[in-house]
Design a protein around this ligand. Sequence first.
Ligand code: ZN
Length: 383
Amino acid sequence: MGFWGGPGWIDFERLDDDVSRAVIGEKSGMVVTDTLKYLCRNNSTWQWVIHGDTGPYREVVCEELCRTGLFRVAKRFATCGLSDKAEVRLDGSEARVRCRFCGHRACPRCSRNGGLRMLERVTGVLGKRPHGAIMHLVLTQKADAAETLAEAKTRFQKKWKRLEWFRRDPDFIGGLASFHLKLANQDAWHYHVHFMVESTSSDKCLALGERMINAWRSYVTDETGSAESMFVKVLCDAGETFVFGDSGQGELFSEPTDPIIKALSYGLRDVVQGIERWVSEGSSRERIVEFIVVLRGAKLHRLYGNWRIAAAAAEDEVVEPEEADKPEIGGREWVVAGSMEEVLAEAKCGVELAVSLLRSLLRGRNGRSPVQGRLSALCRSFL
Ligand SMILES: [Zn+2]
């Protein structure tokens, strides 16, 4: 497997200077564009862990940003992850990654942040009160290869607006809708929604799900003459307040032991996923450009009903300072061990400190996130 890589012999100080002087259409702009594209093509090892095999996609995004004169943004995007630091407690009990996010919506890694924040808001709501039954719905429309992403989105959102009567349905308590912009076969946009819905009981939930699906299928049929069947699954019945507990840091999380919480967490994580799986390696340049444009103004996640109200109320409450910001004593202080890149390179060479850092990073983490999967695969050779 070719995941061992590096940014090559790029002089980053010089690159910063070049970026600040780059001009569109002139040689300075072209050199910066080429350098940043080179960086995307040559993922470092840690970048591979966090971005996966999205190099060709990131290269197009980078080129597009440079083409419009956004050289600084493009540089941050191309180097996202290179400055991530590994931190350990002095007593060696724990390790964590301090991420330097580029924050771009089209970034495979950073696009997951919005989803993770949404996941926290939902678990915050469902961790505070007894819950109703929860179902997962997927509503799709026929993909059309002749259509741009913007057109697919407009067509979809028109039907979604029609469906929003569910907000007034007596059986509807709350929910989270996440819109996925995925390229399907034949390079057509498969725009669809994953919808988590809470209702009083599983019977009511299913009945509501059926009403929504029937309505949705009739909207699709109005449009294209027929409709395929839609996915619906009740994840859990009504019950006591969920205890989500501390599941770990971002992508490096532990699988919950409670089967209901497990089903719900995976459902939620699937719903709020980032863009990594939306743009396949074979996506054409044209499609990627459409994608960046639509992504810019898209609202990918939307909370409804009680979930929206309760999440907003929780955000108004006074937040305690994070544990990490409180002074630590007795060897519990956090220190920077180096960049993630350095730690991985050292661990590969058998440096004991680096190996034990990675080991504690992965310890007890058995979630199935792509990042975790890649980091484990990488470490398998020396841990
Ligand atoms: Zn990023």
